[in-house]
Design a protein around this ligand. Structure first.
Ligand SMILES: Cc1ncc(COP(=O)(O)O)c(C=O)c1O
Length: 457
């Protein structure tokens, strides 16, 4: 085996992936395996499949590879241009603008199509960093980045340590401190990568944070990658602000340092279709990324299908509205369910998960204590959630809990299981807020996190 193939930096032994393996061995099913593990460690959006399915039913030509009744099979079978189908790139550019309330426009020729955001992020690393160069990434971050950014490229991640004290906001101090750590390791910092809305926090970056990031990359002359894969999941206030809005109208060359990653895996719930994109106005990056994309193209029949679906403006508008509504309902169900058993979440306005504070349930306030609790939750309670340590969180006791890949009934059952676990835990492990009723708790959660945000920005 080559050194790369054998190298452990793929990150597959992280508890994030181990939890999935445990779930696979004993998956919950309401009738065939009612005591099995419930999968709450997978950020999948299964809430709006019916909307896409009914669109497909009313547009049978698309799956039959026909256009106006005539077959397009041969055309698609032969198509292998790595620039992608123009109709798909146009439709995707318009959809990306629509997701941002048409406050910004996207130029189709600045899009590179990739096999999902996984490939988009890796291609950007190949384009911007040499082996041994570093990107700064705020914690907690999506565990897949260890694989996507580092494994094959040889690039390094230096975490920007964010803290619960200010609701994990990105500050100038935290950015500078990460830079100093990179320098001590003799690593050249080539850029910052943020996820907005954040996985795993479920929060969106404020304009203030985005400006801090822009000033930082501009002063250091380094790149900024904004992974906006969850842009269509933002369901509440404050509204999602894309980095595209922040650089709109800027005439300086900092614009060439900013790159957006997008994918239809979350907003449309289509991770199996492998539809991703890089958006950049940097010509050199677009040219190199386009060449690299030939290792992971999107098949032409998928592009054809999505070009037709995304061009149906009536459908996209109603889908986005309804999908957000459903995400919010499910989010609220989880937050209220947890509040009822004395567990609070970071206040969030996007994503397919909540960032859940279980610090009071730790016997031992360390990462060992977190793993101990995680094992109990997986094996005794029967819920696969992701421990904060797998997201490189620096404080033990936080967990990412997903809510959009299971039914309402399964989510209710998960809350019941967790409630009996919390009740049976020793008195020393009880939450300080446990005696409050669910409504009072919700208000308390809201008040305290809003107050934190205001005072600590
Ligand atoms: C922040 C983030 N980026 C990228 C990805 C990978 O997405 P894709 O399925 O499009 O490769 C994920 C998937 O969970 C993610 O959460």
């Amino acid at each position: 085996m080559s050194t790369k193939a054998a190298r452990n930096s793929h990150g597959q032994d992280s508890s994030y992936f181990l939890g999935w393996q445990e779930y696979e061995k004993n998956p919950y099913h309401p009738t065939t395996n009612p005591r099995g593990i419930i999968q709450m460690g997978l950020a999948e959006n299964q809430l709006s499949f019916d909307l896409i399915e009914s669109w497909l039913e009313s547009n049978p030509d698309v799956l039959g590879l026909k256009h106006d009744g005539a077959s397009v099979f041969r055309e698609l079978a032969l198509f292998q241009d790595y620039h992608g189908l123009p109709s798909f790139k146009n439709a995707l550019a318009e959809f990306m603008a629509e997701l941002r309330g048409n406050k910004v426009q996207f130029e189709p020729s600045n899009i590179v199509l990739t096999a999902g955001a996984t490939s988009a992020n890796e291609i950007l690393m190949f384009c911007l960093a040499n082996p041994g160069d570093a990107f700064l990434v705020p914690t907690p971050y999506y565990p897949g980045f260890d694989r996507d950014l580092k494994w094959r490229t040889g690039a390094e991640i230096i975490p920007i340590h964010c803290s619960s004290r200010n609701n994990f906001e990105i500050t100038k101090g935290a950015l500078e401190e990460a830079c100093i750590r990179a320098q001590k390791k003799k690593l050249r910092v080539k850029g910052v990568l943020v996820t907005n809305p954040s996985n795993p926090l479920g929060t969106t970056l404020t304009r203030h944070e985005l400006e801090i990031l822009m000033n930082f990359i501009s002063a250091k002359r380094i790149h900024l990658i904004s992974d906006e894969i969850y842009s269509g999941t933002s369901f509440g206030t404050p509204e999602f602000i894309s980095i595209a809005e922040v650089i709109k109208g800027r005439k300086d060359d900092v614009v060439d340092l900013v790159h957006i990653v997008y994918s239809l895996s979350k907003d449309l719930g289509l991770p199996g279709f492998r539809i991703g994109a890089i958006y950049s106005s940097n010509e050199a990056v677009i040219a190199a990324a386009t060449k690299m994309s030939s290792f992971g193209l999107i098949s032409s029949q998928t592009q054809y299908l999505l070009a037709t679906l995304l061009s149906d403006k009536h459908f996209t508008a109603s889908y986005m509205k309804e999908n957000k509504r459903r995400i919010k309902v499910r989010h609220d169900q989880l937050v209220e369910g947890l509040a009822g058993i004395g567990i609070r979440c970071l206040e969030s306005n996007a994503g397919l998960f909540c960032w859940v504070d279980m610090r009071h349930l730790l016997k031992d306030k360390t990462f060992n204590g977190e793993m101990e609790l995680w094992k109990k939750i997986v094996y005794d309670v029967g819920l696969n959630v992701s421990p904060g340590s797998s997201c490189h969180c620096t404080e033990p006791g936080w967990f990412r809990v997903c809510f959009a890949n299971i039914s309402t009934e399964t989510l209710d059952l998960a809350m019941k299981r967790l409630a009996s676990f919390v009740e049976s835990s020793g008195p020393g492990e009880a939450s300080p807020t446990k005696s409050r009723g669910p409504k009072a708790l919700m208000n308390w959660v809201r008040r305290s996190s809003l107050a934190d945000r205001r005072t600590e920005r």
